[in-house]
Design a protein. Sequence first.
Length: 75
Amino acid sequence: MDVNQRVEWMRENSKETYEEAKQCMRTNYYGAKLVTEALLPLLQLSSSGKIVNVSSGFGLLRVSSANPKAFELEI
């Protein structure tokens, strides 16, 4: 599947409510962001610290060129 096919598949098959989508963003985006921020001081003290985030191909966020920070939602 190319990116456009994935987006179309998501439009046709996504049935979650707004509240479910908000919870998903809290977990998948803000969860990773907050854990990274919390561990950053320890990683900076380490000589070989690494952060590895894993996602599926469906975890793609598109960012508008008109607003490059559009994906930073207030949830």
